[in-house]
Design a protein. Structure first.
Length: 288
């Protein structure tokens, strides 16, 4: 019955694993819902910012704002902010975002642009450190509920460098949260600021005080910070969506494995019983 005992031990191990994956699936579902709520809550403010900036923008004003400055030709130096998770067990989620960042960096460097990498999240940081790449800024202390202050801490330094002319472009590599089943890796250029296109149908008339220039001075940095904040909350929502899917698949696979192991154990047990009966009948026949 050694085989039976081995199968029973394996069944117990798979059952314990299924309990863990089911629990992780439930936790990820709960966290995904809260993260998704933060994504939805951030959209009206972002939409209002884009609407105001697109209404105020004009070419003559653009010349006076460093954050709107377009580089002459290809950028000579750029920063890439890579957003990944701090944990794994989320399928190919982190790997896909890292792949997107690698393609972006390779494309920039192929065009002669010097790239400085800002890694936010343990998975992206660990990967590029393994490759031996220099990391300009690394952050692994952001939790599941990033704030606007966290976004400002990440981007204020690169905004200052861009305004001073040290950087010519700033990019984000993150996971865009479209739905629980769609979180594609995405690249977004946040600097220089490209004013959103005006929608004539929804354009509003504003009373400007003190002036369009003063308002843009305050709104442009807020627009950039908000873009980074949205990328943070969308990446977190995407991570928990991917983890929920991965843990559900693992739980389903464990259930299928238990069915196969259960049938195999029953066959082995029946074979053992049949053999024991045959030995008893044979022994009784030999005594007659």
């Amino acid at each position: 019955m050694a085989k039976g005992r081995e199968l029973k031990s394996r069944i117990k191990s798979v059952e314990n694993t299924r309990k863990i994956t089911r629990t992780m699936e439930m936790v990820a579902t709960s966290k995904m819902k809260r993260a998704q709520d933060r994504v939805v809550a951030a959209r009206p403010y972002a939409s209002a910012l884009a609407d105001v900036i697109s209404s105020l923008y004009s070419p003559d004003l653009a010349e006076r704002f460093p954050l709107l400055r377009q580089p002459a030709g290809k950028p000579k130096r750029a920063a890439v902010l890579l957003l990944t998770g701090n944990r794994g067990l989320a399928g190919a989620f982190n790997a896909n975002v890292i792949k997107e960042a690698r393609a972006l960096i390779a494309d920039l460097e192929a065009g002669g642009t010097e790239v400085e990498l800002h890694a936010i999240g343990k998975k992206g940081l660990g990967y590029f450190r393994y490759l031996g790449r220099n990391i300009a800024v690394s952050r692994t202390d952001l939790g599941d509920r990033p704030t606007s202050k966290d976004a400002a801490d990440l981007v204020d330094k690169v905004m200052a460098d861009f305004a001073a002319g040290t950087l010519d472009a700033v990019y984000l590599a993150f996971a865009k949260f479209n739905s629980a089943l769609s979180t594609p890796p995405t690249t977004q250029q946040v600097l220089p600021v490209t004013p959103p296109k005006r929608d004539v149908k929804t354009q509003h008339d504003y009373l400007l005080f003190p002036s369009a220039e003063a308002i843009l001075t305050a709104l442009l940095p807020a627009y950039v910070r908000n873009a980074v904040y949205r990328a943070l909350v969308e990446t977190i929502a995407g991570f928990y969506s991917a983890q929920r899917t991965a843990m559900k698949n693992a739980t389903d696979n464990a259930s299928d494995m238990l069915k196969i192991l259960g049938r195999t154990y029953n066959r082995a047990r029946q074979a053992q019983i049949t053999q024991e009966i045959a030995e008893i009948v044979g022994g009784a026949a030999a005594l007659e």
